[in-house]
Ligand binder design. Structure first.
Ligand code: COA
Length: 353
């Protein structure tokens, strides 16, 4: 039976380190508040005008491609997960193709927009393409340049202290080795609370999902004029991410353990069988909660949020790459990836390394 295996993994984080005290120069916050609530000590921010989400993704990709022992020209499909793309369109997939110098057109490029679960969704899609035999070398990337659109002032502090920039990538290949590769994955969504963690504007919604349409400053219904972006959206901060942190937290600590246990059970395994759990680095308190519920010890859970903050679609591949570099993932280890985030969406992947 053909399975998908990760043949190479890499990550890249920008050089510029911003500590919690650095952020406190721009907003009313403190190192103590941020560390206590999130576990974050510092994060990386890309260099504006020089780096983009795509260039971060390209740096991570080059490492993953080299470690897989192939060249960029061998890649036959790209899946790029991000919520902070270079352009509204086209997506980062084709920009990455260009950045990597892949000039052949016998390749596809797909963008995935499921925010914090982006990498889990993207890798699951890759797994299906590999199993079906359609592609042989799929590059799966998660990358974010959050710093390009966060509100670095006291109004935005509830969101801006949490997020950081970075990228991670893997090359996925087929294997006939029964003992290796992705064993199972689960993807879930529930749109009921779609706006609880969101960036609403610019967009085409025209207030459709909202009782108070006037809050966006749209022109009158029958008059020509933009609804995509308005002065009021700019003034009132609708072009920045919004998060009801408490609602996200409560849902995350239920869905994370649920989906991990269920994905493991699908292949006759249980949490105690996990060699390494790599949870989306949303918040250290969420990961600690999940660890406790699943009764895992410290060696079974990988955390690096203290160094990078929440890098959304990039957090799992960055953590996977670091864990691999640190020798925390060995041949035949049972590795579990799990994520929860905006949408809400959540999912998990279980694999034999
Ligand atoms: N620094 C200092 N104070 C801050 C702050 C900051 N960066 N951000 C918010 N506050 C203030 C609030 O204004 C509020 O003040 P008030 O009591 O005077 O109104 C107080 O701190 C408590 O805010 P609240 O939002 O209720 O805090 P919280 O305990 O819920 O913690 C989060 C906030 C975001 C850390 C927490 O809700 C959380 O971790 N949620 C999950 C978020 C997450 O993981 N998101 C990513 C999902 S993929």
């Amino acid at each position: 039976m053909r399975r998908s295996r990760i043949a190479g993994v890499g990550h890249y984080v920008p050089e510029n380190v911003y500590t919690n005290n650095d952020l406190a120069k721009f907003m009313d916050t403190s190192d103590e508040w941020i560390q206590e609530r999130t576990g974050i000590k510092e994060r990386r921010f890309a260099t504006k005008h020089e780096e983009t989400t795509t260039t971060l993704g390209a740096k991570a990709s080059k490492i993953a491609i080299e470690r897989a022992g192939i060249t960029a020209e061998d890649i036959d499909f790209i899946i790029f997960a991000t919520l902070s793309p270079d352009y509204y369109f086209p997506g980062c997939g084709v920009l990455l193709q260009r950045e990597l110098g892949i000039t052949k057109s016998e390749i596809g490029a797909l963008d995935v927009r499921t925010q914090c679960t982006g990498f889990v969704y993207a890798l699951t899609v890759a797994d299906q393409f590999i199993k079906s035999g359609m592609y042989k070398n799929i590059l799966v990337v998660g990358a974010e340049m959050h710093s390009s659109g966060l509100e670095f002032n006291t109004r935005g502090r509830g969101v801006s202290v949490i997020f950081g920039d970075g990228a991670g990538a893997v090359v996925v290949q087929p294997t006939e080795d029964e003992s290796k590769g992705i064993l199972n994955s689960e993807l879930h969504s529930d749109g009921t609370n779609a706006e609880v963690l969101s960036l609403l504007c610019p967009g085409s919604h025209g207030g459709h999902h909202h009782q108070d349409k006037d809050q966006f400053g749209f022109p009158e219904k029958n008059k020509l004029g933009e609804i995509f972006i308005t002065e009021k959206m700019l003034d009132d901060g609708f072009l920045y991410p919004y998060m009801d942190g408490k609602v996200v937290f409560k849902k995350a600590v239920v869905k994370f353990p649920e989906v991990i246990a269920s994905t493991l059970a699908g292949v006759g395994k249980q949490p105690s069988d996990i060699d390494l759990l790599i949870p989306h680095q949303a918040n250290l308190r969420i990961s600690q909660f999940v660890q406790k519920i699943l009764r895992l010890n410290d060696d079974q859970v990988f955390n690096n949020i203290h160094k990078y903050g929440n890098t959304t679609a990039a957090s799992i591949p960055i953590a996977l790459s670091e864990a691999w570099e640190q020798g925390k993932i060995k041949d035949n280890d049972l590795v579990c990836l799990a994520a929860f985030g905006s949408g809400f969406t959540w999912g998990s992947i279980v694999m034999n390394w």
